[in-house]
Design a protein around this ligand. Structure first.
Ligand SMILES: Nc1ncnc2c1ncn2[C@@H]1O[C@H](COP(=O)(O)OP(=O)(O)OP(=O)(O)O)[C@@H](O)[C@H]1O
Length: 360
């Protein structure tokens, strides 16, 4: 998909901003604090409904205002045009419009804007806790099979209900009801993740040989319980522990994706720069895989390519990004710091300064 127009109102330090991105590389150039990351963040919001930065949604609203709006015109890649409007006010109320119609759910908008984000913090994908890696897998499953979001959302709701019952530390008929639901939706979530990884892993392992040829990678999905058992059986086995701890000790919310290089956890084998390259490669290849499965192109939002990557890694990463033919949004303090390969004849350059953005 491509974003052909983007307009922001009262978003971070932007009072009003409008731009018409190109369909290949778009560079946001500006000094610290000018608003480059905020532009990437506004696009990310369309695909995920939230920011990638810490803090809450209120901080997205420009100081002194009540709400922000992000508006975009997009082409889904096969010539179908859509208009998207995302508004959120400081009380948390969200208004979504797709093609002029109000949407109560966020998923229809997320489906239209598959965005892969790379920032200096994305290295948390390998250094952080299991939640980040579950999100990585879930992004892939959702964009290949949209119905996944229904099972995932139902499961998250059931998990909350079941945990609040377990907190009471006594059993009733209600527990039986929620256990059945938990087992049924939890099993579905886990199976969809496993099916995705079974098909994605060989592609990923093969592509990683190009990025980090000195290592052999392996990806292991732990389901969140002993996957030789059904979740119903696992719940029975852990019933006592669940009651004792007052929460669900097994289930897909405990899943973990282990990433191994030459048989060991990548964290213990790769240098920080290599981990950064690995994470960048994971994102690029996940986008390529999406396109190979569905024909849909994702967009890539890249904040600060140069952070901790050496020249050869930057080149490899940019080369791979460009080879996807996807629409790229890249931020940098100055043009000179970017690898030459990304400054092509069709690259669109935007100067960002004090909450304004101007095409150069
Ligand atoms: N809600 C808000 N209202 C007004 N200004 C804000 C708000 N939130 C953040 N800002 C300001 O917006 C500015 C732009 O921040 P942003 O992170 O987008 O800059 P940047 O160009 O990416 O900077 P850097 O190069 O340092 O990463 C900052 O000066 C920040 O203080």
């Amino acid at each position: 998909m491509y974003i052909d127009a983007l307009a922001l109102t009262h978003f971070r330090n932007f009072e009003q901003a409008k731009l018409a991105p190109g369909r290949q590389v778009n560079l946001f150039i500006g000094e610290n604090g000018s608003g480059k990351t905020s532009l990437l963040e506004s696009i990310y919001c369309l695909g995920s409904g939230r920011s990638f930065r810490p803090g809450n949604y209120k901080q997205l609203v420009q100081h002194g205002n009540q709400s922000f709006t992000v508006f975009a015109k997009i082409d889904n890649g096969s010539g179908r045009l859509h208009t998207l409007g995302f508004q959120r006010d400081i009380s948390g109320e969200v208004k979504l419009r797709i093609d002029g119609e109000t949407s109560r759910k966020f998923a229809p908008m997320a489906k239209l804007v598959p965005a892969q984000l790379m920032t200096p913090e994305t290295v948390e994908l390998v250094l952080g806790g299991p939640k980040v890696r579950r999100q990585f897998i879930d992004w892939g499953v959702f964009h290949v099979e949209h119905s996944f979001i229904e099972d995932w959302t139902r499961f998250s709701h059931i998990l909350k209900q079941r945990n609040s019952l377990l907190k009471r530390k006594r059993l009733s008929d209600e527990n039986v009801y929620w256990d059945e639901k938990f087992a049924s939706y939890g099993q579905r979530v886990a199976e969809q993740r496993a099916a995705y990884l079974t098909s994605f892993e060989p592609v990923l392992v093969e592509r990683l040989k190009h990025f980090l040829p000195q290592y052999t990678f392996k990806f292991q999905l732990k389901w969140g319980w002993d996957s030789a058992l059904s979740l119903t059986e696992a719940l029975k086995q852990h019933a006592e522990a669940d009651l004792r701890y007052g929460h669900s000790t097994v289930g897909p919310h405990k899943a973990e994706l282990r990433i191994l290089a030459n048989g060991e956890d990548v964290k213990n084998v790769l240098s920080r720069g290599q981990l950064k390259l690995l994470v960048a490669a994971l994102k690029v290849v996940q986008g390529e895989y999406l396109t190979s499965k569905t024909g849909v192109q994702c967009i890539y939002l890249v904040d600060d390519i140069t952070a901790e990557l050496d020249t050869s890694s930057q080149h490899k990463f940019c080369e791979a990004l460009l080879a996807t033919n996807a629409q790229l949004f890249v931020s940098a303090i100055n043009k000179g710091e970017l690898p030459d390969i990304i400054k092509r004849a069709d690259t669109k350059m935007f100067h960002v300064e004090h909450g304004t953005v101007k095409e150069l």
